[in-house]
Design a binder for this molecule. Structure first.
Ligand SMILES: [Fe+2]
Ligand SMILES: [Zn+2]
Length: 400
C-alpha cells in the first residue's frame, strides 16, 4: 500500500479519556467520541449516509458505549465496541476528513473573498466553450462563484435554442413561475426587469422562503445605449454596516421583513400566484458569520413588528441601503452579445443602468439554479480534480 500523505497518515491511535486519540503525520491530534464513531460506522451492516441505506439506529447503541480496543493496521483503525460484538473499521482519510477539532472545522469552512468597486479591473471571467471542453476550467468558474459570488462568462451562444448550455455549467435549472425568462421591454409590464429605467441593486425573489440560488444571465442582444448590469457584494455592504453601525447590523440579523410578490398570471400561463415571506435581511451561520442576504426594496412590504421597533428599524434599513446603493461598492458591466453573468443571488445584489429603447430590443435570458445544485456540481468537480477540497463546508445561503 502506498504511504499516505502526512495529513492522512495515522502515527498512533489510542484510547485516552474514553476517546480515540489519533496523532497524525503532520502533528495534528484528533480525539473522537465513541458515540460519534459508533453511530457513523460505515461497515456493510451499518451502511452509509451517502446512500441513505443505514442499518444502524441510535437506540441500538448503548448510551455508555466505550471502545474496548483500538488497533492500527494499513493506516486503518479497527475498533471493538463494548456491549456487543460489533467491530468497526475507519480509514485514516475518512477520520481526518471528518475530524471535528476546532482547527479542522475552521479549515473546512469556505471563506468568501469580499470586494467593492475596486475589483473592476480584476473580475473573474471564464469561457463557456473552454469550460465545456475542460473540467478544470469549469471548476475555476464555479470556485469563482463561490469565492467572489460571481463570474462573467464569454463565448456563450446568442441563440435561445442553446440556452441550456450556460445553465448546465452550474447545474440543473430551477423551475419557477417565471420559467426561463427573457428580459425585454414589453407592452404590459409585470416584471420590473423589463423596464428601461435604472434598477437599484436588489436580490431576486426574496419573497420565497428559499430564494433563487445562482442566477444565470445570458445576453442574446445587448443594449447599445446604456443598460449595463451592476453587481454589489452584499457581504461587503453588511461588513461595513457592522463596522459603522453595529447595533443596526445586529437588528437586521433579527428583524423580520415582509417581502411579497403578486403575479397576475402573465408569467405563469394564466395562473395567479401570491408569494410572501417574513424573514430577516441578514442570515448568520452557527459561527456568527454572514451567510446570506435577502432584500429588495421594491418588494419590501409593510413592517409587521412591535410598535417601539418601527423607528429603529427604519433607521437600520436606511443605513443598510445607503451602503447597498453606494457607488463605491458597485461593479458595472457592459455585457456584449454572447456574454453572461453567473452570480449568487443569496449574496450579491444586481441591478441595471438606464437604457434607451431601440430595435432590435435589449434581450437578456435569465434562469436560475438552486444553491444546492450548484454546490453539488462544485463538489463533484472537486472530487475529481481537487479531492482535498471536496469536504469543504460551503455556505448554506439563506437555508437552515
Ligand atoms: Fe432582478
Ligand atoms: Zn458497523
Amino acid at each position: 500500500m502506498m504511504d499516505p500523505i502526512p495529513r492522512y497518515k495515522i502515527c498512533s491511535a489510542e484510547v485516552l479519556k474514553n476517546r480515540l486519540e489519533i496523532r497524525w503525520g503532520d502533528n495534528h491530534i484528533s480525539a473522537f467520541h465513541p458515540i460519534w464513531m459508533r453511530h457513523q460506522c460505515y461497515c456493510t451492516d451499518c451502511g452509509t449516509p451517502l446512500s441513505g441505506i443505514r442499518g444502524i439506529r441510535l437506540h441500538q447503541i448503548p448510551e455508555d458505549i466505550a471502545i474496548v480496543s483500538a488497533e492500527l493496521f494499513d493506516n486503518t483503525v479497527r475498533i471493538r465496541w463494548s456491549g456487543g460484538d460489533h467491530t468497526s473499521l475507519y480509514s485514516g482519510e475518512w477520520l481526518r476528513n471528518h475530524c471535528y477539532s476546532s482547527e479542522e472545522r475552521r479549515r473546512r469552512r469556505h471563506q468568501p473573498i469580499l470586494w467593492d468597486a475596486s475589483l473592476a479591473n480584476d473580475i473573474p471571467i471564464g469561457s463557456l466553450t473552454q469550460a465545456e471542453k475542460d473540467p478544470s476550467s469549469r471548476l475555476r468558474i464555479l470556485e469563482a462563484i463561490c469565492d467572489y459570488g460571481f463570474c462573467k462568462i464569454t463565448d456563450a451562444p446568442t441563440d435561445i435554442a442553446e440556452k441550456q448550455r450556460l445553465i448546465a455549467l452550474v447545474g440543473v435549472q430551477r423551475q419557477t413561475h417565471f420559467g426561463t425568462y427573457t428580459l425585454t421591454r414589453k407592452k404590459r409590464m409585470t416584471n420590473v426587469g423589463d423596464t428601461t429605467s435604472q434598477l437599484d441593486p436588489h436580490v431576486d425573489e426574496p419573497y420565497r422562503l428559499s430564494p433563487i440560488g445562482i442566477t444565470v444571465f445570458q445576453v442574446l442582444h445587448p443594449s447599445t445605449n446604456g443598460g449595463e448590469s451592476t453587481l454589489v457584494d452584499g457581504f461587503e455592504a453588511v461588513r461595513r454596516l457592522k463596522q459603522r453601525w453595529p447595533e443596526d447590523f445586529h437588528l437586521l440579523c433579527r428583524l423580520p421583513i415582509v417581502n411579497q410578490r403578486f403575479d397576475p398570471g402573465d408569467n405563469s400561463h394564466g395562473n395567479e400566484r401570491w408569494y410572501k415571506s417574513r424573514l430577516p435581511v441578514i442570515k448568520l451561520d452557527d459561527n456568527g458569520k454572514v451567510c446570506g442576504i435577502r432584500t429588495n426594496e421594491r418588494q419590501m412590504s409593510p413592517l409587521d413588528i412591535a410598535e417601539d421597533m418601527v423607528e429603529p428599524s427604519y433607521r437600520a434599513l436606511r443605513r443598510l441601503y445607503s451602503l447597498l446603493y453606494d457607488k463605491e461598492l458597485r461593479l458595472v458591466f457592459a455585457l456584449k452579445a454572447g456574454e453572461g453573468l453567473l452570480f449568487d443571488n443569496q449574496r450579491l445584489l444586481h441591478g441595471l443602468n438606464e437604457f434607451m429603447p431601440e430595435e432590435p430590443q435589449r434581450s437578456v435570458l435569465t434562469s436560475s439554479v438552486d444553491l444546492d445544485e450548484f454546490h453539488s456540481s462544485l463538489r463533484l468537480l472537486q472530487r475529481d480534480l481537487k479531492s482535498d477540497r471536496m469536504h469543504m463546508l460551503l455556505r448554506q445561503g439563506m437555508a437552515g
